[in-house]
Design a protein. Structure first.
Length: 549
């Protein structure tokens, strides 16, 4: 279900009305049900994977902390997982809606699937229970580590099968064919579940934090289930931490006027970015990157620059809507973007872009590898491994790996420069305010160009296109024969207004900058965003880019 769809509007109106009318505990029941409906709108079968992630990590968290599971703590998740197999794998909801109460075997009810999935779940639960029973008998350090490995293997196993299996098998088959060895690749006929990278990382952070002693597990399976499946951020983040979100889900929420107004502003801003700007430039970007005709230097520059606008407005727009919806519910999600295109170096960029992922990679990968401890070569190795895996997280394709290598290289080059030459450059930075501003602006522009080339690697659909477009940037420099289209009017107006808004926010160093405006000016700003968004309603609606990750 897309945020920018009529179905979601009806869905959220119903959810919000029930939320305001229900007491606290029933609010959580309703939110969990709504979250499953929201995610199951794509394909109800994928809800079983959400249930599997939830069940395993709920058990693992308790086993790490307590060394045992009480009967109720074991039974409720086991029954939930078994019921999920029956309902989500054995029934066909679409057929049920049109069956008029007549259950047709093979169409509305898949009897073989119910039997085999239930049997598989029972065997799986028995195997996991046996592992926990064996781990409970060993000393605490080995028990805790063993339980953590159950979580790691399960979550990364789900990612490996659904996201990376075909990629690695096909790559291996192609590599063998290149040396004359022809092998038939085992290709799985599966589709990528929406948002699987987000909720597996979110659930995995919960068990790691418990293992590190940074958070105590929740005893309430409902609260943990809602943490994993919470619908505003389930499909494209931000990647929440248990220690931030679960305490908010475990106690009554207070909804006040300030929070509601802030939430409504974020929702309007998010739709403005997505509908007016991102969807307005999308056709031009698609035209250039899918063109089979002659492409010029200016085509590559415009297409890449517009994709930089598209991906930022698309992804940050989703985050704004998710945070705004949550604020209406009395829940605060973490900030995921902080004006990344104002960054002057790669380190600052990753402190501003997709903050929930960059901090996840820092805390659970970069620091365990050794972080910034040790020599320069050791630090660069850690940076490169982190960014290569960060690139692969975005998708099972070599252009994402190349993008990760590019980002890792930029971080390594900056780290080397900063460590070797920063002290030499320090006196020059202590110049007058005007000169410092000019240097800062120049650094921002230069690094924006570096960032945009990274987006070319990210958006390209093949290695051959990367080589072709990159060569045009050098060999065809200055060719202004533009063959691409023109962004929609909503995008042109939206980019102008949004640029002014970004500059004001950066200048005032306050994401709530608009609240300093007089009420008439504040109303005019909101009215302008709404008007341009309404204009953008004629744009072809596009799926959020990060849904594919």
């Amino acid at each position: 279900m897309l945020f920018n769809s009529p179905e979601f509007v009806v869905f959220f109106v119903l959810v919000y009305g029930l939320y305001l009318a229900l007491p606290f505990r029933f609010q959580n029941y309703m939110l969990l049900l709504a979250s499953y409906v929201f995610y199951g709108w794509w394909d109800v079968r994928f809800l079983f994977l959400v249930a599997l992630s939830t069940t395993i990590d709920f058990w693992v968290g308790l086993m790490i902390a307590n060394g045992q599971l009480r009967f109720r703590q074991w039974l409720v998740p086991a029954a939930f997982l078994t019921a999920s197999a029956v309902v989500f794998l054995g029934l066909n909801p679409a057929a049920l809606l049109h069956s008029k109460g007549n259950l047709v075997l093979g169409e509305t009810v898949r009897v073989p699937m119910i039997f085999w999935s239930s049997a598989a779940v029972i065997i799986f639960v028995a195997a996991v229970s046996a592992i926990f029973w064996l781990l409970a008998a060993v000393d605490s350090p080995r028990r805790r580590f063993g339980c953590l490995m159950v979580s790691v293997v399960t979550q990364l196993g789900l990612l490996g099968v659904f996201k990376y299996f075909n990629f690695f098998v096909d790559s291996l088959s192609s590599a063998l064919a290149g040396i004359g060895v022809h092998a038939s690749a085992l290709h799985l006929d599966i589709i990528l579940p929406v948002g699987i990278s987000f909720y597996t990382f979110q659930s995995l952070s919960y068990t790691i934090d418990i293992y590190r002693g940074q958070f105590k597990p929740t005893n309430r399976f409902l609260d943990f289930s809602l943490f994993v499946a919470y619908f505003p951020q389930l499909q494209a983040g931000p990647i929440e931490r248990g220690r931030h979100l679960i305490p908010q889900l475990s106690k009554p929420r207070n909804i006040n006027l300030h929070q509601t107004s802030r939430g409504l502003y974020l929702i309007i801003l998010g739709f403005f970015k997505k509908v007016a700007i991102a969807d307005g430039v999308s056709p031009v970007v698609d035209q250039i990157f899918s063109s089979t005709g002659r492409i010029t230097w200016i085509d590559v520059v415009v297409g890449t620059a517009l994709f930089a606008v598209q991906i930022y407005c698309d992804f940050s727009g989703y985050t704004d809507i998710a945070r705004g919806i949550s604020k209406l519910l009395g829940i605060d999600l973490i900030v995921n973007f902080n004006q990344p295109y104002f960054a002057t170096n790669p380190q600052e960029f990753w402190r501003r872009w997709h903050i929930s992922l960059s901090t996840w990679l820092r805390d659970y990968l970069y620091l365990p590898l050794g972080g910034s401890r040790g020599g320069l070569l050791f630090i660069c190795r850690n940076l490169m491994i982190t960014m290569l895996l960060g690139g692969l997280w975005h998708g099972a394709a070599w252009n994402f790996v190349l993008w990760g290598f590019y980002q890792g290289s930029a971080l390594c080059i900056y780290r080397i420069w900063h460590q070797r030459f920063a002290k030499v450059a320090e006196p020059a930075q202590q110049q007058s305010g005007i000169m410092h501003g000019v240097r800062h602006l120049a650094a921002s522009i230069v690094f924006l160009v570096v960032t945009c080339y990274g987006w070319l690697l990210f958006r390209a659909h093949s290695f051959g296109q990367i080589v072709h477009f990159s060569s045009l940037l050098v060999t065809d420099f200055g060719d202004l024969n533009y063959s691409g289209g023109t962004p929609r009017l909503s995008a042109l107006l939206g980019i102008m207004l949004f640029s002014i808004m970004e500059l004001l926010q950066y200048r005032m160093a306050d994401s709530h900058y608009y609240q300093r405006f007089p009420m008439p000016l504040r109303g005019f700003l909101v009215a302008m965003m709404l008007a341009i968004t309404m204009m953008g309603m004629s744009n072809e609606p596009a799926q959020f880019i990060y849904f594919q990750f």
